[in-house]
Design a protein around this ligand. Structure first.
Ligand code: TA6
Length: 281
């Protein structure tokens, strides 16, 4: 499928991926910060560690088309774009490492696949954290359940990153949540009861998952969230946070995330976990 590159009114390029059944994805950026939404790439750090801007600089930079990307066999109902971010002078001052960050974005019917890769192009090893910050659109956060994280340990960012163990048999939402779940399974289900729709998040190479909703008080402090924006969003990220990834010189790390939606079958108000978490291979 040909690449569709348009320029918005500010003259900034915007890449639009479509596929014949109507799914689409847009990659655009309005300097100087990442948009509130979509899937910002958090690299080389996650959180506010004082060293770099929050969640690292990658999401606040201009990426380029990766002209050297290896061509890949394309199904005719799939469209793909390869982007690359290389270290700039400004970044090297703040984070003196030689890296190439590549992101392959593919869309197919009802599925968005992201394949991030980080190559160390330096002659010394370095470590980094990574997260795909998935801003999911939900109908009503108080009607959403997340399944797949039960019994896991998590760092609670609302309790000074203290470590706890999830006791509930699913995560539901009645207030601010800001947790990094550790050693999570490959598959996580985000069930939107009202829309009878489930997001299926499948990931490799990113063992952790962040679950974040600012709720009403924190949302007021986010000018681009809007007073009620927290009611219809939820971040469930694919991440490598607890154990930063270490790359030797010229080594490359690769991750993978598939985000798809299925209609949710319900019996007595509960999701049939067998259908969602185990029903696909
Ligand atoms: O989820 C971790 C976290 O740092 C929260 O504490 C909150 O500050 C959020 O990320 C901000 O994410 P954003 O996408 O607005 O940069």
């Amino acid at each position: 499928m040909p690449l569709n590159i348009v320029h918005d009114k500010d003259g900034l390029p915007r890449i639009i991926l479509t596929e014949p059944t109507g799914s689409s994805a847009e990659s655009f950026w309005k300097p100087p910060k990442a948009i509130r939404g979509g899937i910002p790439v958090c690299f080389p750090q996650f959180g506010n560690l004082g060293l770099l801007e929050q969640h690292g600089f990658a999401r606040n930079r201009f990426w380029s088309l990766d002209e050297d990307a290896s061509p890949l066999p394309q199904a005719n109902n799939q469209s793909t774009v390869d982007l690359i971010l290389k270290s700039t002078e400004e970044d090297i001052k703040a984070w003196p490492r030689g890296f190439e960050l590549r992101l392959r974005i593919s869309i197919s019917p009802g599925k968005l696949t992201l394949i991030p890769r980080v190559r160390n192009v330096d002659n010394k090893a370095f470590s980094f954290m990574f997260a795909l910050r998935n801003y999911l659109s939900v109908s009503d956060i108080s009607e959403v359940r997340v399944e797949g994280l039960e019994t896991l340990d998590y760092f609670d960012y609302l309790m000074n990153k203290e470590r706890f163990t999830e006791q509930a048999d699913a995560i539901t939402f009645d207030g601010e949540i800001d947790r990094v779940y550790l050693s999570t399974p490959t598959k996580i289900a985000i069930i939107d009861h009202e829309k009878k729709r489930t997001f299926e998040l499948r990931k490799d190479g990113m063992p952790d998952s962040v679950v974040w909703n600012p709720w009403d008080k924190k949302a007021k402090a986010l000018p681009d969230m809007g007073v009620d924006g927290y009611k219809t969003m939820l971040c469930v990220d694919s991440a490598a946070i607890e154990n930063p990834i270490v790359l030797k010189p010229f080594e490359e790390w690769r991750g993978r995330q598939e985000l798809s939606t299925v209609s949710s079958s319900y019996c007595s108000g509960q999701l049939d976990p067998g259908r969602v978490l185990h029903g696909f291979h």
